[in-house]
Design a protein around this ligand. Structure first.
Ligand SMILES: Cc1ncc(COP(=O)(O)O)c(C=O)c1O
Length: 427
């Protein structure tokens, strides 16, 4: 099967259906999943997914004191109090049962109104909006609802660590398109079009980007939409960072472009914008046939998203705007400090336009990204994530999250400066 360049473990050469799962035995052994006679009991598509490249770092971090973590991709803010209070009130009022499989109608209606206002797109809350247990679930539902075995889905490299695995676990084949620092880590429509085969089912688009902070210009998004329309492709659009865009940059939802709503599954949520990662609540908006497919999986696999979290999310949509704005302003301050700081230290870093990550190059230090991250952690107790954890094209970069306090970022930059000065290989 022709696929674009990709040295992740699910390239066609490693396809367990063709090769007998090269390397899968050792993954299974590491996980302790082999049966007594050494044969694995784990399904092939699960074996085909590599373990998390980030986990090893978190294991090291857990064993250390005084670490400044720029590693974890979640807000340092706690959930704004009125939102938490709405959750507490829901418990007090006995809202401790399942909701409709689709989620609370009131919440779906509030989200529909909010999306109409912000995106200019009308989704029917009764048959086009589903409340999910995080965008994580929405991603899984979207992939499983549309992918037939062997279908290809185009994804950017580097990309959020769960994107390609969601496709593999649904029986599909991710086709990675290399994005480059020199082009701001955005998908090049020409390369996307060149990767399309008769098996291509969908594009997975995810901007603002984790890990690069890239935001798509409207013209690029229009070119991608044009490709999707001409080749009759579906689009899964992970827009979890839609509220976190800075400076003069803007986020355009792909579903708002002509002819796109009917072929796009849009995923959004509350984890990042409202500092609600632990509540596990999000939404998916999709045309009714795709919605029905996703709902079928959701109702058997999940039943309904957490009820208390849905009441909190309702408050977030109704009254959360001032908190979103305040947190975004603070992230912006930290963003400026971080990317300018990296450049001053000689670590070339493009301006991050959205999300809350900077993605500087560490190539000039003489270290590869894994060694850089490991040595920085050991010598100066600063945690960043190696860029290659997000795909081969992330190599030579590290991801640093600025959803941590301004003071800590200042301290981290000072430590990184010291590390670069004394590190044996650094210039
Ligand atoms: C791009 C992207 N999509 C989805 C998620 C998961 O979001 P949720 O907490 O809603 O499951 C993350 C979390 O880091 C992310 O970065």
């Amino acid at each position: 099967m022709p696929i674009a360049s990709n040295d992740r473990s699910y390239s066609s050469d490693d396809d367990p259906r063709r090769t007998g799962a090269a390397g899968a035995g050792s993954a299974a052994a590491a996980l302790g999943t082999g049966s007594a006679d050494g044969a694995t009991r784990i399904a092939e598509r699960v074996q085909a997914v590599p373990g998390s490249g980030i986990r090893r770092f978190f294991d090291i971090i857990a064993s250390m004191d005084h670490v400044i973590s720029l590693g974890v991709g979640e807000p340092d803010f706690v959930t704004p109090w009125p939102i938490s209070e709405a959750g507490i009130r829901a418990i007090e009022q006995g809202h401790t049962h399942y909701t409709s499989n689709l989620g609370l109608l009131e919440l779906r209606e509030a989200i529909a109104r909010d999306l109409e206002r912000r995106y200019g797109v009308e989704w029917d809350p009764r048959e086009e909006i589903l409340i999910t247990t995080g965008v994580s679930e929405g991603l899984d539902l979207a992939a499983r609802a549309i992918i037939n075995p062997g279908d290809e889905v185009i994804v950017a490299d580097p990309s959020y660590a769960a994107h390609a695995p969601a496709i593999v676990l649904a029986g599909g084949m991710p086709v990675s398109i290399t994005t480059r620092a020199s082009q701001g880590f955005v998908l090049d429509p020409k390369e996307v079009e060149a990767a399309i085969t008769p098996r291509t089912k969908a594009l997975l688009v995810a901007y603002p980007s984790n890990p690069t902070g890239a935001v798509l210009e409207r013209a690029t998004l229009e070119a991608l939409a044009d490709i999707a329309r001409r080749h009759d492709l579906l689009v899964i659009s992970d827009e979890i960072y839609d509220r976190l865009v800075y400076g003069g940059f803007e986020h355009t939802p792909i579903a708002s472009l002509p002819g796109m709503k009917e072929r796009t599954i849009t995923l959004g949520g509350f984890s990042k914008s409202h500092a609600m990662t632990g509540w596990r609540v999000a939404w998916a908006a999709a045309p009714s046939d795709l919605f029905a497919g996703m709902l079928k999986i959701h109702q058997y696999a999940m039943m309904s998203a957490p009820t208390v979290a849905q009441y909190a999310a309702l408050e977030a949509v109704r009254a959360g705007e001032e908190y979103v704005v305040a947190m975004r302003e603070e992230y912006d301050r930290r963003r400026q400090l971080m990317w300018r700081g990296f450049n001053k230290l000689g670590l070339a870093c493009a301006e991050p336009r959205g999300a809350f990550y900077a993605f500087p190059s560490v190539a000039q230090t003489g270290y590869d990204d894994e060694t850089f991250a490991e040595q920085l952690l050991i010598q100066e107790q600063v945690a960043v994530v190696p860029g290659s954890a997000f795909g081969a094209a992330g190599a030579g970069h590290v991801r640093a999250c600025y959803a941590t306090s301004y003071d800590e970022i200042e301290d981290a930059l000072e430590r990184i400066g010291r590390f670069l000065h004394y590190a044996p290989l650094a210039k």
